[in-house]
Design a protein around this ligand. Structure first.
Ligand code: FAD
Ligand code: NDP
Length: 448
């Protein structure tokens, strides 16, 4: 006899937890399955440990300013293992609180993987069967491991958080969020870093800001190898070298990080048993309501191949729970104008359309405002690096279709502007907003 629930959630990452908590709040009887650690990628091998390292990198940058400001004797390298333990303790706290909240919410948490045996039935690894009229697939994604010779000599992002010491000389392959973030933070903490990008890094971001970020990275001493065609990794003594079809050999490196995108966790779900469709890359196909092609089965988060961001998975889960169990028939996530930040050095944030996207969509009715300046905290130390901010406006009323910020504080600055963009703010609304001075953010309401 199968145990019956109102809802089965596969995956206790950002999206699955959000779905389970919200559904339970609406009174649903929920079973939540996950063979891994509570919190999934974000908490264990994603946003949280990454941001922790980024904070450490920020302190390293501040230490570089300390001397020119006149502080004496401020220096030092990060005790990597000490900080790793602090990070783990912080993460343990998050997981502990999740466990307590699941118990308080009455969610049945099973520490096992699930797979479909029918459209309304999931089997666990230990052979139990669970049945529910509504099932959510929130099984996330994992690093892509292409069949390159010597791939196993390198690391993927998951492995970076288990390192016991800072690698001295790192070769990073890839040009996405993960590659750029690790390049910046490892360099700040003292590694020599070479970033191998096959074409252009951060292709989905506004080109002008990415060009500017590249300049910052070069100034920091990061080697940018663009046009790279890495075809293999080899061991040479204690070191690793990379074969680059465009120019021969790259390296030697103490460590190689492959950051080549992520693939969905779907192949072990026996989706055929339920009749759920996937695309050619293995993502579960969903409509704008998170529905799959099978009634009663939905999917959300990274497994769907939509924007792979924690707040997106969380918001999709909450909306779906509100619709299925909270009587809000119109609830669904609007995927337009989702803000995001690359925690590079300095951080790069964006919401809405890039200039190129806006010009392709709205032609000559696009007007771009930009501001480039040296932020005060750098200028005081005699540093000349510049931030770049850009407003992309469209139409006669100059609706703000995109806000792009590269510079210190971009990560905290953007959230409020994302609200404005979502509300349909026009340039005149920004003009009518009084600035906060002295700040970098004030530039966004002072552009002319
Ligand atoms: P996940 O969090 O991956 O959770 C999926 C869960 O499903 C896992 O716990 C897994 O064990 C479980 N599972 C798999 N198979 C089964 C099965 N058969 N049965 C039951 N459970 C199963 N996003 C941001 O917004 N900001 C950031 O700063 C950021 N930084 C990141 C840094 C890194 C290094 C990485 C890798 C990602 C980062 N992300 C960031 C992306 C973010 O982590 C993901 O978008 C988010 O975790 C997706 O949530 P999810 O619920 O879809 O999947
Ligand atoms: P991304 O999709 O961001 O980038 C993948 C990179 O790998 C691209 O530069 C791509 O190049 C390159 N690539 C893919 N295949 C190859 C190959 N065979 N050879 C060389 N280069 C290759 O993936 P990430 O793994 O960096 O991150 C996954 C997702 O996680 C992100 O898209 C983001 O949604 C999320 N994330 C969010 C963060 C945040 O919010 N701060 C931080 C980290 C991750 P090309 O562009 O040419 O295709």
């Amino acid at each position: 006899m199968a145990d019956t629930y109102d809802l089965i959630v596969l995956g206790a990452g950002s999206g699955g937890l959000a779905m389970a908590f919200r559904a339970a709040r609406h009174g649903a009887r929920v079973a939540l399955l996950d063979p891994g650690a509570l919190g999934g990628t974000c908490v264990n091998v994603g946003c949280v440990p990454k941001k922790s390292l980024w904070f450490a990198a920020q302190i390293a940058h501040s230490l570089q300013l300390a001397g020119p400001y006149g502080f004496e004797g401020v220096a030092g390298r990060l005790d990597w293992e000490h900080f790793r333990q602090r990070r783990l303790a912080y993460i343990d706290g998050i997981k502990q609180r999740y466990e307590e909240r699941l118990a308080a919410a009455g969610v049945q948490w099973l520490r096992e993987a699930g797979r479909f045996v029918a459209a309304d039935t999931v089997a666990t690894e230990s052979g139990a069967e669970l049945r529910a009229p509504q099932i959510v697939i929130a099984t996330g994604a994992r690093p892509q491991r292409p069949p390159l010779p010597g791939f196993e000599l390198g690391l993927v992002s998951d492995d970076m958080f288990a390192l016991r010491e800072l690698p001295r000389h790192v070769g990073i392959v890839g040009g996405g969020y993960i590659a750029v973030e690790f390049a910046g933070l490892l360099r700040a903490l003292g590694s020599e870093v070479t970033l191998h990008v096959r074409e252009r890094m951060l292709r989905t971001f506004d080109r002008e800001l990415v060009d500017s970020l590249e300049e910052h990275m070069r100034t920091q001493g990061i080697t940018l190898a663009t046009g790279a065609r890495i075809s293999a990794a080899r061991r040479e003594g204690d070191a690793i070298v990379l074969d680059d079809d465009s120019c021969g050999e790259r390296g030697p490196y103490d460590a190689v990080l492959w950051a080549l995108g992520r693939v969905p966790n779907t192949e072990r779900l026996d989706l055929d048993a339920a009749g759920v469709q996937c695309d050619v890359l293995g993502h579960v196909v969903t409509d704008p309501w998170q529905n799959t092609n099978v009634p009663g089965i939905a999917a959300l988060g990274d497994v769907t191949g939509r924007l792979a961001l924690t707040p997106v998975a969380v918001a999709a889960g909450r909306r779906l729970a509100d619709r299925w169990f909270g009587g809000r028939n119109e609830a669904r996530l609007d995927y337009d104008d989702v803000p995001s930040v690359v925690f590079s050095e300095p951080p790069l944030g964006a919401v809405g359309l890039t200039e190129a996207q806006a010009r392709a969509k709205f032609g000559d009715s696009v007007r771009v405002y930009r501001s480039r300046f040296t932020p005060m905290q750098w200028a005081l130390a005699g540093q000349h690096g510049q931030t770049l901010m850009k407003l992309v406006c469209v139409g006669d009323d100059e609706r703000v279709a995109g806000v792009h910020v590269l510079g210190p504080g971009a990560d905290e600055m953007l959230q409020g502007f994302a609200v404005a963009v979502k509300m349909g703010a026009c340039k005149r609304d920004l003009d009518a907003t009084v600035a906060i001075h002295p700040s970098s953010g004030e530039e966004l309401v002072l552009m002319s």
